[in-house]
Design a protein. Structure first.
Length: 634
């Protein structure tokens, strides 16, 4: 069985995107360090890549990057960091550095073991507010599939008419009535399940039992999802209290505690408090829903502005979830208008990234362009998280740009009284929308506005970070402060462009080889012309660098397009270099005559920055295959 130096667990409330983005970020960060890692994901489909006890025992430390409940008792005695899933996505390098080398990372001890100090407990379990959020999101993650299933089935029943489930109506249809009933049962479970799994995150199995009963009381007494949230925390902490009160009982009575004492007393205490506390909560819930409904009619622009800003603020995070949960609560009460704005505001950001890439392709790398195109699909299915990498790239400017588009989409949806009876699905549920084409139009308009703003910001950022050519020794390279380049080396380099164990005896013989190689690959039509340009460039200033590397380049009308060639020599050849050492690795650029200089200088800058890192040069020297070399430059 494989041994892993670090193990990690990731999870987000919906289990759709953040979970796997944090997984990928941690795996990539570990790979860069040459550290073995296994990541257990807590997604909507359940736990994947679960740890064995042997893997836990052998690991040096544990990273939990999750906004839902993850069983940490199994990590008793291990160094442990517990943070939000967002930190797992944005700070993977820092987390791995900390778990490996920070001596202040505490050792976790589960209940019954020796306790860490209070300061250590605070660090390993996160802040008080983060813990509350994790408990809440554990309930939300279990509730969402029920809401989606119930909402969609109920919405489908309306195909036969809005009153198709009423036996007294002329629209009555038996199939529609059945769908409506089944969907209603699923939606009615929303509050009890929310309550139960909040309590389960706090009080484990005992909390789950107490939470179900407390949630049923909250639902029956009309407290809505507010009652489910309050009841969940109430039931969970009642379970914790009972565990502490009966801690001194003999271990032989553990079975009696779990099956009799805790359920009976817990349900009695929590149920009684919820029964009498339901009255003010019901009034609060009714008042809030009435206020939102009034805003739909009196202030749709203000409501759309608020919803748009909330949905685009953190894209799947707590602010976004607050708007979404309100929409699902209103759906359960038969209000289908509020969800139209929420869905529109969630769909617009990922679509905006796709439009941004189309508006200004040169401002994005090939990887970003691919992500933008994929986001057309993700956005269409109501998955907002695909926009997160674009937001994170320049958050102070990009997030407000997303907010503008989301707000426009939400405002237009509310102004035109669009109703969406399904809580998820994006454009898949268009047949259920009362004005489907208009709704799509509003979302596309919002996305176009955001996309246009994003493309302008990206373009200006690229201009700010564009290469500044400065003479260094006898070769031109890009300014070291350049952060990004418009051009990706992967666009001009492929496996066929790499030659290994090249047999030459001099610099000029190598340049002739490269010229012939360019014509053989179809990049040029005249190898002799290319060879002359190579020699002319060397006559101006040598392109020899140091550490055995040279970067010759040729620009000629016979060259069809930009290309990068790499040659590793069987024996080094003499070349004028900074350190007066011979050259055995050549990285060459072919430049078409119409190139005004910007493209090839950016390629040259990207390569020069790579060659500044000893680790890169060492890896390049060790690479034995074309695939290994290609991977390094990509």
């Amino acid at each position: 069985m494989a041994k892993y130096e670090i193990i990690a667990a990731t999870g987000c409330p919906t289990g759709i995107a953040h979970t796997y983005m944090a997984q990928e970020a941690l795996e990539e960060a570990a790979k860069k360090r040459g550290i073995s890692i296994k990541v257990e994901t807590h997604g909507q489909s359940g736990v994947e890549h679960a740890f064995s006890q042997s893997e836990i025992d052998q690991a040096k430390g544990v990273i939990i990057a999750a906004d839902k409940d993850v069983d940490i008792d199994r990590f008793d005695g291990k160094r442990l960091i517990n943070v939000s899933v967002t930190k797992g996505m944005k700070e993977p390098d820092e987390l791995i550095e900390k778990i490996l080398n920070d001596k202040n990372v505490p050792v976790y001890h589960s209940a019954g073991g020796s306790k860490a100090s209070s300061s250590e407990e605070a660090e390993l379990t996160g802040s008080f507010w983060h813990k509350l959020y994790v408990y809440l999101m554990n309930g939300v993650s279990h509730m969402l599939p029920l809401v989606v299933a119930g909402g969609v089935l109920t919405a489908v029943s309306f195909f036969w008419g809005i009153n198709s489930a009423d036996p007294k109506s002329a629209q009555y249809n038996a199939v529609a009535a059945l769908l409506n009933i089944i969907g209603g049962f699923a939606m009615n479970l929303m509050v009890p399940v929310l309550c139960a799994y909040i309590a389960e995150a706090i009080g484990k199995r005992t909390g789950l039992i107490i939470g179900f009963v407390t949630g049923m009381i909250a639902y029956t007494n009309g407290t809505g999802f507010l009652g489910g949230i309050v009841g969940g925390f109430l039931a969970g902490y009642v379970a914790v209290l009972l565990t502490k009160l009966f801690k001194s009982l003999p271990k032989s009575l553990d079975g009696l505690k779990s099956i009799f004492i805790f359920p009976v007393l817990g349900v009695l205490i929590s149920g009684t408090i919820m029964w009498y506390g339901s009255v003010p909560m019901k009034d609060l819930n009714t008042g809030m829903m009435a206020f939102l409904k009034s805003m739909e009619n009196s202030s749709p622009i203000l409501l759309g502005l608020i919803v748009g800003i909330m949905c685009a603020a953190d894209m799947g995070g707590p602010i976004n979830k607050a708007a979404y949960l309100t929409g699902t609560a209103l759906l359960a009460q038969g209000n289908y208008f509020f969800m139209a704005g929420v869905s529109a505001a969630c769909i617009a950001p990922p679509l905006a990234t796709g439009f941004a890439v189309l508006f200004n392709k040169k401002a994005y790398t090939s990887k970003e362009r691919s992500a933008g195109y994929v986001n057309f699909l993700l956005g269409s299915t109501h998955i907002t998280e695909g926009a997160i990498p674009f937001a994170a790239k320049n958050p102070l400017l990009n997030i407000p740009s997303f907010m503008v588009g989301s707000a426009i989409a939400a405002i237009l949806s509310y102004v035109t009284k669009i109703s969406v009876p399904a809580p998820h699905g994006g454009f898949i549920v268009l047949p259920l929308v009362n004005k489907p084409f208009l709704w799509v139009l509003w979302i596309v308009i919002g996305a176009l506005v955001s996309g246009f703003l994003l493309s302008i910001i990206a373009g200006r950022q690229n201009q700010k970070n564009s290469v500044v050519v400065t003479p260094v020794g006898n070769v031109e390279v890009g300014n070291e402060e350049t952060e990004t380049s418009n051009n990706d080396l992967g666009e001009i380099l492929n496996k066929n462009n790499i030659a290994l164990n090249v047999e030459v005896s001099s610099r000029d013989e190598l340049l002739q080889y490269l010229s012939d190689f360019s014509e053989k690959l179809g990049y040029s039509t005249d190898s002799k012309a290319v060879y002359k340009k190579y020699l002319a460039r060397e006559a101006e200033n040598s392109t020899g660098m140091e550490k055995g590397i040279a970067i010759p380049h040729a620009q000629d009308k016979s060259i069809k397009g930009s290309a990068m060639l790499i040659a590793k020599l069987a024996k080094p050849v003499e070349w004028k270099t900074f350190d007066n050492q011979p050259v055995d690795i050549v990285i060459s650029f072919l430049i078409p005559d119409e190139d005004n200089g910007s493209n090839h200088l950016e390629y040259l800058s990207s390569t020069s920055k790579l060659l500044m890192h000893d680790e890169f040069i060492e890896s390049l020297r060790k690479a034995q295959t074309k695939e290994e070399i290609l991977k390094l430059f990509k």
